[in-house]
Design a protein around this ligand. Sequence first.
Ligand code: APR
Ligand code: PHB
Length: 392
Amino acid sequence: MHTTVGIIGGGPSGLLLARLLHRAGIASVVLERHDRAYVEQRQRAGILEQSTVDVLRHCGAGRRLDAEGLVHDGVELRFAGRRHRVDFPALTGGKRVTVYAQTEVVKDLVALQLAEGDPLLFEAEVHAVEGVDGDRPVIRYTREGRESTLTCDYVVGCDGYHGVARRAVPDGASTTHERTYPYSWLGILAQAPPAHEELVYAHSGRGFALASMRSPEVSRLYLQVPNGTDPADWPDERVWDELDARLALNAEPGAALVRGPVTQKSVLPMRSSVTEPMRFGRLFLAGDAAHIVPPTGAKGLNLAAADVVILARALSHWSTTGSAELLDSYSDTCLRRVWRAEHFSYFMTTTLHVDPDQSSFETRLQLSQLERITSSPHAAAELAENYCGLSL
Ligand code: APR
Ligand code: PHB
């Protein structure tokens, strides 16, 4: 089999790229190792920047997003017994974000691709990518027990942090910059109304907590926990009690979350990582295959969408003019945005979490920084602009 663009991975990056290429009249094949149900149920963040919403609408995946997405004009910060709202439109000249789960974005893109796109092959496990420094790279994969090859003009690794694409880059041709964090998140999905009408990011001496949502009936809640935490050590009542303790305010003694059945519970590690450049020969990396952020600030999906928009434009330019100019600048163009989001995610993470080794001096610095955001429109605007994202 031959195609113009071979895409490894059917997560948000691979699916959106395939969709954008289809609209540009460029053939592609997506190879995804898991089955459809697995890909559609994987829980991830759920905050879309305006530019991500615009791209999804533009490529025909906006119908359910427009009907069910919740537009949010701000977030609340809670710390030291205080609450402060960051008003996005007022601070950014009108920007806002949309709450719409990544699972739903993936379902919409899968349905479109299967209905009218190029091949999207589930349960197709890629084990090697060869010849990316030549003219005709080859992807080797196994499906239904059979080994097959896909030759391509270009290969795009959209296969996430643990994917195979990155391994096709020879040693020494790329550099990975990484940071791990001394804590993880315990996340639950619950049939319970959201804690507040907007997202709440809470700093507390007991650790960070985040109250997010999926709909007016479904909450998504997170607690900072030590690395290596077993979700089995966190029965539902313990999770709710800890959320109450961390999200509570001195001003509102006894204020408690409305509890409901917990339908999902898992522990997520926190890591920052960037591999650069994001291109080697005819291989491009996009989304989590090239970079990951800790979830504080919800940048992962938005960065993935930005990468594939930039790549689809570059491939379209190459296909219509024969010029590789935009393909050559792909990595630099993406990395400017990637490093900004890396810094923001790191800033949000380290300002709001309690490092088990942190001194009282460092805690005072965190509180001073949060205080600054509540008292200076410049500091608040810096947070709001980064949260709402750069224009594409
Ligand atoms: N062969 C085929 N598919 C593979 C292989 C392989 N060898 N290795 C990985 N995959 C698939 C995975 O099964 C997964 O579906 O690649 C896909 C990668 O998807 P994601 O990890 O979701 O990465 P990406 O599409 O870049 O999405 C980025 O997801 O991790 C979140 O926060 C992140 O929201 C961001 C978004
Ligand atoms: C989520 O809703 O899952 C979410 C929201 C905001 C974040 C991280 C995760 O910063």
